[in-house]
Design a protein around this ligand. Structure first.
Ligand code: COA
Ligand code: ADP
Length: 604
């Protein structure tokens, strides 16, 4: 390695180390991108056509006895704003199908202003994802802060002709493109949520001084009147959520005999409609109490006259009790009732684990240490989401700078938050689907990439997720080779405006601890997007967020001192063209992992 190359490598390392420190310092000061002013398109201020805003002054009638805005009231406002946005896109009446997990970052006092913005991120067939941002404003100090960000799914009401086919959403800005792309990932997770719970049930623990769950049971009835319904005489989803929050708060209060603060509401699913004249029976009970938080379950059922009860909704809410320093108080344990109570107690543990996994893994904070998270079957869905979303976020960046070009293979770099990323772009005369199949199987990468020494398939988790162990030769003459445990997540396009994707990130596996013979490397975010340009021409983009492990291989290219990227990607192009007619399929492995769950969730 020449002196000049060494200087460049050291420089890149410095950028890297700085980026970590910078990120640790700025993490707490993170600003929500939705707070930035309207973007400009062709010199004119652009506003999303589905965007709907609502501003409300919090009055005493909206507050609980502690002078804080009741979460139920907030949910009503959020639901109405989101519904109007969905209807603006759909051009017909819409109903709330579900609301994803909501984490409330702050409570809101009387006298403050609540600002809600909702817009449709993406339309599927008859359903749409609506993004909702809630901020709180202090009119006297002119300060604004984020309260929560939520995603709700609205479905266009069926007509006599059957299911409605919605028009597509056309993203115009970088932010809209990103939300459009991520909406497909979130929808995938929403629809599989219930299946994950059943995999996660654990044993019930006995505590001597536990409070009998029975003591927290609440039952309350509401009559649905015209003010509770929308213009289509259906009960507002937000109204039902508000009634549910009311009974949940009473149940939580009965366990701790103090004022509980609602922290999180899990994904809501409206199973059936409710109308004016319905009697809504709301039942709540504490399902489980952990050290600092408790889960309250609420069930809403409707009936009219002598009809049987109809199940409308079930929700799970997490409460904390804050002491005078606003720190969470230790809560009493709960003794569940037999049979259903015990089952709910165990399911609450499973949901708690899911919540933690989602919060940590889905936050997409790729830069937080530790970089690799343990992979297991229970968090597979979230890791896969995180893997693909990180690649989509990188793909959505618009600050790429062309650094080098050779025979139409282009190398770009991008520095954001002092984090260095690079991408290599080229075209091949191979159909997109075949390119996707050939690049998806990492075991074949050594056929074109000299940095791949060995690649072993560890586990084929499902059609879309595969775990590999990859070894690369040492960058220096005397050093050790490197080893990576990679999760490869592949996605076919949802529609013509999605690419094929192969996302790669590091994970850890108890079956594959680091060894003496290799240095364990980390891939934060890497992968391919594959766009069909025509039936025979495909654009391939390879992305990599440069970690210390990969920097030595690429830094001389970035500095213009070499073009090894070109040799690797022209070899890739030859490999694809040579195999364009072969029938490739990713073989399903019979290998299974001895999966152990991540951090214990019995105790916080
Ligand atoms: N989360 C998000 N979307 C969901 C979902 C969930 N839990 N369950 C179903 N959907 C989506 C489907 O993916 C589908 O989307 P697509 O058309 O874009 O592919 C859409 O809802 C319709 O699904 P479909 O299979 O045709 O109907 P369904 O029998 O699953 O019914 C609802 C789904 C939402 C229409 C039905 O559960 C319902 O009517 N719920 C009551 C809604 C209501 O009245 N809300 C107001 C408060 S009472
Ligand atoms: P599950 O029992 O599978 O959790 P349900 O939809 O029956 O699902 O109920 C959702 C939640 O509502 C339960 O977890 C429980 O906390 C609460 N709940 C259900 N039935 C009652 C009841 N009869 N009394 C009090 N709370 C109830």
């Amino acid at each position: 390695i020449s002196k000049k190359q060494w200087k460049v490598t050291s420089f890149c390392w410095c950028i890297f180390l700085h980026s970590f420190l910078f990120l640790l310092v700025t993490m707490s000061d993170w600003k929500d991108p939705d707070n930035v002013p309207d973007p400009q398109i062709n010199g004119e201020s652009y506003r999303n056509p589905t965007e709907v805003k609502m501003s409300q002054i919090v009055l005493p009638c909206h507050a609980n006895h502690c002078g804080e805005l009741s979460v139920g009231q907030l949910l009503k406002w959020m639901d109405s704003t989101a519904c109007l946005s969905a209807e603006r896109h759909a051009g017909c009446s819409c109903i709330t199908a579900s609301v994803d997990d909501i984490h409330f970052e702050h409570t809101i006092g009387v006298g403050k202003v609540v600002n809600i913005i909702a817009k449709v991120n993406r339309a599927f067939t008859s359903s749409m994802e609506v993004g909702i941002l809630v901020t709180c404003e202090d009119l006297y100090t002119d300060k604004q802060w984020k309260v929560c960000h939520a995603f709700a799914t609205f479905v266009a009401r069926r007509t006599e002709a059957g299911k409605v086919q919605l028009k597509q959403v056309m993203p115009h800005t970088q932010m809209e493109q990103m939300e459009y792309s991520l909406a497909a990932e979130r929808r995938r997770m929403r629809l599989i949520h219930a299946e994950i719970i059943t995999d996660l049930l654990s044993k019930c623990q006995e505590y001597e001084d536990a409070v009998p769950a029975e003591r927290t049971r609440v039952e309350s009835v509401e009559l649905v009147l015209p003010p509770h319904a929308n213009h289509q005489v259906s009960t507002f989803g937000g109204q039902i959520m508000a009634w549910m929050e009311n009974v949940a708060t009473i149940a939580a209060c009965r366990l701790c005999n103090a004022h509980p603060t609602l922290r999180t509401i899990d994904m809501f699913h409206f199973r059936g409609p409710s109308h004016i004249g319905d009697r809504l029976v709301l039942k709540a009970i504490v399902n489980n109490a952990f050290k600092h938080s408790m889960e309250v379950g609420v069930c809403a059922e409707a009936y009219q006259g002598g009809e049987p009860l109809r199940h409308i909704n079930s929700a799970f809410m997490t409460f904390e009790v804050l002491d005078s320093d606003r720190k969470p108080r230790t809560l009493p344990r709960i003794r569940p009732e037999p049979v259903d109570g015990k089952r709910r107690y165990q399911e609450a543990v499973a949901r708690k684990k899911i919540r933690l996994d989602r919060k940590y893994i889905m936050s997409c904070k790729q830069t937080q240490v530790p970089l690799s998270v343990p992979w297991d079957q229970s968090n597979q869905m979230y890791l896969s989401y995180n893997n693909v979303s990180a690649l989509k976020l990188m793909d959505a960046r618009n600050n790429w700078v062309l650094t080098s070009e050779k025979n139409k293979v282009r190398l770009y770099t991008s520095e954001e938050n002092q984090m260095l990323c690079f991408k290599v772009e080229m075209h091949v005369s191979v159909p997109a689907e075949q390119t996707f199949h050939l690049l998806s199987d990492l075991r074949r990468r050594k056929e074109w990439d000299q940095h791949y020494e060995e690649c072993e398939l560890i586990n084929q988790a499902d059609e879309e997720d595969t775990l590999y162990r990859v070894t690369t030769p040492s960058a220096s003459k005397w050093g050790k080779g490197m080893e990576f445990i990679l999760l490869a997540s592949r996605r076919k396009p949802c529609d013509a405006r999605d690419p094929y994707l192969i996302a790669l990130r590091s994970v850890t596996l108890p079956t594959h601890p680091p060894t003496e013979d290799y240095t364990r490397g980390e891939v934060l975010c890497a992968g391919f997007t594959i766009w069909e340009e025509s039936s025979s021409v495909t654009k391939i983009t390879y992305y990599n967020q440069a970690t210390p492990g990969v920097l030595p291989y690429i830094s001389t290219d970035i500095a213009g001192l070499s073009s090894s990227f070109y040799s690797a990607f022209s070899a890739c192009s030859h490999f694809l063209e040579a195999n364009k007619d072969s029938l490739v399929a990713l073989p399903l492995s019979t290998l299974q992992l001895d999966s152990t769950t991540t951090a214990s969730t019995q105790e916080e």
